[in-house]
Design a protein around this ligand. Structure first.
Ligand SMILES: Cc1cc2nc3c(=O)[nH]c(=O)nc-3n(C[C@H](O)[C@H](O)[C@H](O)COP(=O)(O)OP(=O)(O)OC[C@H]3O[C@@H](n4cnc5c(N)ncnc54)[C@H](O)[C@@H]3O)c2cc1C
Length: 459
């Protein structure tokens, strides 16, 4: 009899695992059932801001593989609009509710792939029946926001609460759609994924674009008129709003797992080993935004919900479920984003992470340019490096600048992943031609500066 794999969650992690398991095992060896409560499979949530702005059409453009493709090409029994509401680990059964037809089904499994993703954080004030308040995680969330933006009366004033990268990207998208946009952030700076000095550059760019950035301001409530949002209430009074987008981060969606007795790790996400197995529960796997993983620099378990990890982890799980051998080797926290043309990249530890992890370090900020000074279109680029003292080992890096800035972080990520010191980095053979870099690449300039600072600090 064929083994049976049940997948909960039909996006990056779940469907990567399902399709990878299928590549290794035919139908006679492995039956695969995937439950997805939403309307879409294998979609790019990362593309939602560009769908909202109108840069890409959607949602079809954002779907890598639809349910029919999975059924036809991968022989996966995809059950759309089915929400798994319970997991019985003793009987090895998943209980799913049909959200359209009603009723529940119980399906037996040998292997269970838990890939429910994350949920947008909603503070108590946002737990409301008022229409026009949106969290953003799935394509269904994106579709609901766009329906609202295109409905009548047409929203004109948007408030984005929270300035993480999702909030910042959506603020830009709403602005490009012609709305007046206010971004409210409780901390002193939005973009807390980079250090304050680097985030300041992002805030300046947002203000130049026309986003009203209000920092150090807490939101306490929502006001409505006839059930439609009319204002966001802050400590300093109301800000009028026809649409509110929450950009307060996400939390792992672990409620089903907790109810079933699947253990969580210290970060609050599901604990897995390098092969994406849940320790102590044979045949139970988890991947994506619902799991925690090892930060290779701090050595700590962390919850870093990104599509790049979800896809890789799903593939690792699927390989192992299919009888192969694969491991997920942890993360170093590399991420890129942009605000209109201003690009932001980060990898490794921020100053506060390096301190919390107990490192002694120096940090340097090097100003440079993206191209040779005489080449048309030359713009400033700021590179920050954080290096361990006295060893000089790179601990983290951040870049803010215009074209050619964000993806330069990959050079630094590769250096970080491989444990390079800033001394080693000064000798890196990086490409140079006037349209792409000055003769001394901004990364090399920053590395040289870090070596100097270490030298003057007596290492
Ligand atoms: C606006 C936005 C921009 C982003 N940009 C980037 C980016 O630029 N780069 C990057 O790396 N990452 C980005 N991300 C993050 C990335 O989208 C996620 O990390 C990725 O989607 C996680 O994949 P996942 O499969 O783990 O979870 P999800 O994508 O959340 O998928 C989980 C699926 O499970 C379903 N589900 C949950 N519970 C159940 C249940 N009980 N029964 C049935 N189905 C269930 C959900 O409906 C959902 O479809 C972005 C996210 C957003 C929202």
């Amino acid at each position: 009899m064929a083994q049976r794999l049940i997948v909960i969650g039909g996006n990056a992690a779940g469907m990567s695992a399902a399709s990878q398991a299928r590549r290794r095992c035919g139908r006679d060896e492995l039956e695969i059932i995937a439950f997805e409560r939403g309307h879409f499979t294998s979609y790019s949530s990362c593309g939602i801001p560009y769908w909202v702005s109108g840069l890409v059409d959607g949602p079809e453009e954002l779907i890598a593989r639809d349910p029919e493709t999975f059924r036809r090409r991968f022989d996966i029994d995809v059950r759309m609009r089915h929400e798994v509401v319970g997991i019985d680990l003793d009987r090895r059964e998943a209980i799913a509710r049909d959200l359209v037809g009603g009723g529940e089904v119980r399906e037996r499994f040998d292997d269970l792939m838990y890939a429910t993703g994350a949920l947008p954080i909603r503070p108590a004030w946002a737990e409301t029946n008022v229409h026009g308040v949106f969290g953003m995680q799935t394509l269904d969330d994106g579709a609901a926001l766009i329906d609202w933006l295109e409905g009548e009366p047409r929203p004109r004033r948007a408030v984005v609460v929270g300035g993480g990268y999702i909030g910042v990207e959506l603020a830009e998208a709403l602005l490009q759609r012609g709305l007046t946009v206010t971004l409210v952030e409780k901390a002193d700076q939005p973009m807390s994924t980079v250090d304050e000095d680097m985030a300041e550059l992002v805030v300046d760019a947002m203000r130049e674009l026309g986003v009203h950035v209000r920092t150090g301001l807490g939101v306490t409530g929502i006001e409505d008129r006839d059930g439609r949002v009319s204002a966001v209430v802050t400590e300093e009074g109301p800000i009028p709003a026809d649409v509110v987008v929450l950009g307060l981060g996400v939390r792992p969606d672990t409620s089903l797992a907790e109810a079933a007795g699947i253990p969580l790790g210290p970060s609050g996400a599901i604990r897995v080993d390098r092969r994406m197995r849940v320790p102590g529960l044979p045949g139970v796997w988890a991947a994506g935004d619902c799991v925690e993983c090892l930060h290779r620099i701090s050595g700590m378990p962390v919850h870093v919900p990104l599509g790049t990890h979800a896809n890789k982890q799903g593939r690792v799980a699927g390989t192992n479920i299919g009888g192969g051998y694969a491991t997920f080797m942890g993360i170093i926290g590399t991420a890129v984003t942009k605000v209109c043309d201003l690009e932001v990249g980060r990898t490794g530890l921020r100053e506060r992470d390096a301190s919390a992890a107990g490192f002694e370090f120096v940090s340097v900020v090097a100003e440079s340019t993206n191209r040779a000074g005489y080449y048309p279109g030359t713009r400033p680029m700021t590179v920050k490096l954080i290096a361990e003292r006295p060893s000089g080992r790179l601990l983290g890096a951040q870049i803010v600048g215009w074209s050619e800035a964000a993806k330069r972080i990959d050079t630094l990520a590769a250096a970080l992943w491989n444990g390079m010191t800033v001394d080693d980095m000064t000798a890196l053979d990086l490409g140079y031609a006037p349209p792409y870099a000055p003769v001394w690449d901004p990364v090399l300039i920053a590395a040289r500066k870090a070596v100097d600072v270490l030298h003057h600090a007596g290492r």
